[in-house]
Design a protein around this ligand. Structure first.
Ligand code: ZN
Ligand code: ZN
Length: 104
């Protein structure tokens, strides 16, 4: 699910939507420019070379989900980490229980 979320910077999405509807998008409030994409982006945006997109509030490129982790999917990523941890914890507890029961 995480790799299905579009993590492209929201300003680029707005710009492309405006262009699609033949409207002019005002990007003068943005200071940072991505030379690769050719768009003005947010300050915390970073261009990912692997995905070849600008990611809003870039955290990292995750090899497990094969997608960037940024503003759009950060909460889902944290949920995935927490649920994996809880599953491992349950697995460890049940394995330990099994070992104790077998030792008697
Ligand atoms: Zn870019
Ligand atoms: Zn990436």
């Amino acid at each position: 699910m995480i790799n299905m979320i579009n993590v492209t910077d929201s300003e680029i999405v707005k710009y492309l939507e405006a262009k699609k509807n033949d409207k002019i998008y005002d990007d003068t409030h943005l200071e940072y420019y991505c030379n690769t994409c050719g768009f003005y982006v947010h300050e915390q945006t970073k261009h990912c070379k692997k995905c070849n997109i600008c990611v809003g509030k870039f955290d990292h490129h995750c090899v497990w989900t094969n997608n960037c982790i940024g503003e759009a999917n950060y909460n889902f990523f944290i949920s995935m980490i927490v649920s994996c941890f809880l599953f491992e914890l349950l697995y460890f507890i049940k394995s330990f229980q099994f070992l104790i029961e077998k030792s008697y």
